[in-house]
Design a protein around this ligand. Structure first.
Ligand code: ATP
Ligand code: MG
Length: 424
């Protein structure tokens, strides 16, 4: 991508949400644009990150055997009356039509997915079933804050599983925990698993996946060495204790909940009367689980967990592009043309090998501006071509996460980039 042709550039304007690191860097970096409190447009760079995160999630959910669907955001009121949540869910957006009917804007999809799967599943032989979607959710949050961490409109992956027995549900649930940890780790995050507070009292399984960052709303006691964590309010351990899983150090810290999984039991099969026939001929209400990951929140959590004072430091797996190629100007016209053509050649060589390059080819920006933008946008690797580097037939190479820079021969760039991106 040639940066000069992209409509959405970096900006110096601070967002309303100045306290929030993700709001600041995502807005100033040209990833998102706030339309109103809790509602964002996703610009080309931001959308690429969201798509990369979504691809990782899809791969992990598909590996669990779940099938992808797309359910409606505009939902009939009847399902919500059936479950009782039309009146009990405070953050439900209710939409009146001009003919006097009312609809719900989906904050979650049990009211749609339960009767939908019921249409097709009649016998225990049709189970288990797991379906998921990546979709926009709507919640009338009292306070939409912290940038994309808490919106009124936001992206979520929600999965629902259906089982003929509690045992079958529990086995799937354990596999889902592993898939979630794998998902977050592939996104460059070190997630902690918290047994949610309701769990102990309701005897229902529930786990939260927390990303450690000072921007988090939740206080957790987390192990520094493994994924173990507890909610601070119910913690059975304290900060000076050793981790019960691995003996590591436990610390009291803040976390952002990036995912949440629940044992729904028969909470939804009951009101919809979703039964299957069992092997012995009897009938049984199905057991359900639900599994959410906030996709837009996850992008915000990555920024919160991985940045410095100058901008974002994207993990390679979710960076909108791999390389930030910068061609610097020269006062001499011929030399300027030489720099641009050398940059174009590197750009094309890399792009042809499916390396994703953002080329800052602007002719009217200073070197300082270009460097500041590269740090703000936060791509994993920065390559600079200038009069100085071309004298050495080289480019200047600097990884965003490191401080050293060095010269790499133009002829070796493709090979070295291949090494740099190898773990992908
Ligand atoms: P929270 O306690 O943060 O309000 P929740 O328990 O309401 O979350 P779920 O209903 O389990 O969340 O939704 C699944 C996931 O969707 C959450 O783990 C979170 O990542 C994301 N999510 C929930 N609410 C929002 C929101 N308002 N904005 C962005 N993401 C959200
Ligand atoms: Mg909530």
């Amino acid at each position: 991508m040639r940066y000069s042709t992209s409509f959405a550039k970096t900006s110096k304007t601070a967002p309303h949400d100045t306290e929030s690191v993700n709001a600041r860097f995502l807005t100033q970096g040209g990833f998102v644009h706030q339309e109103m409190a809790g509602v964002y447009s996703w610009l080309p760079l931001g959308l690429r990150v969201l798509q990369k995160v979504s691809t990782i999630i899809r791969e992990e959910m598909n590996a669990l055997g779940a099938e992808e669907v797309l359910l409606p955001a505009l939902q009939p009121k009847e399902g919500w009356l059936t479950t009782g949540r039309w009146d009990s869910m405070d953050d439900l957006f209710k939409v009146p039509s001009r003919s006097g009917k009312e609809y719900a804007l989906g904050p979650t999809h049990e009211e749609i997915v339960t009767p939908l799967v019921q249409q097709f599943v009649k016998s225990y032989k049709d189970l288990p079933v797991a379906v998921y979607q990546l979709q926009t959710k709507f919640r009338d949050e009292l306070r939409a804050k912290s940038g994309v961490l808490r919106g009124r409109e936001f992206g979520m992956k929600d999965m629902y599983s259906f089982h003929a027995s509690k045992e079958d549900f529990e086995a799937f649930y354990q596999r889902a925990i592993k898939a979630y940890l794998q998902t977050f780790s592939r996104c460059g995050l070190d997630a902690k698993v918290v047994e949610a507070s309701g769990g102990a009292f309701t005897k229902k399984l529930s786990h939260e996946f927390q990303i450690i960052t000072p921007a988090g709303e939740d206080t957790i006691l987390a192990c520094l060495s493994c994924f173990f964590a507890q909610n601070s309010e119910i913690a059975t351990y304290k900060a000076s204790d050793r981790c019960p899983q691995c003996g590591g150090e436990l610390v009291m810290t803040k976390g952002v909940e990036a995912g949440n999984i629940f044992d729904l039991g028969q909470r939804f099969s009951e009101p919809f009367n979703f039964e299957v026939s069992l092997e012995d001929g009897s009938r049984q209400k199905v057991f359900m689980g639900c599994y959410g990951i906030g996709t837009t929140r996850l992008v915000g959590a990555i920024v919160e967990a991985s940045h410095d004072e100058r901008g974002i430091i994207w993990p390679k797996s979710v960076a909108p592009y791999h390389i930030h190629l910068i061609s610097l100007g020269s006062k001499d016209r011929d030399r300027q043309a030489h720099i641009q053509s050398a940059a174009l050649e590197i750009y094309e060589t890399l792009t042809n090998q499916n390396v994703e390059v953002l080329w800052d080819d602007r002719q009217d920006s200073s070197a300082g501006e270009k460097f500041a933008d590269a740090d703000l946008i936060g791509l994993p690797l920065r390559l600079i071509i200038s009069e100085k580097t071309l004298k050495e037939e080289s480019v200047e190479w600097k990884a965003r996460a490191e401080t050293e820079q060095r010269l790499v021969k133009v002829a070796d760039v493709l090979e070295e980039v291949g090494q740099f991106l190898k773990p992908l």
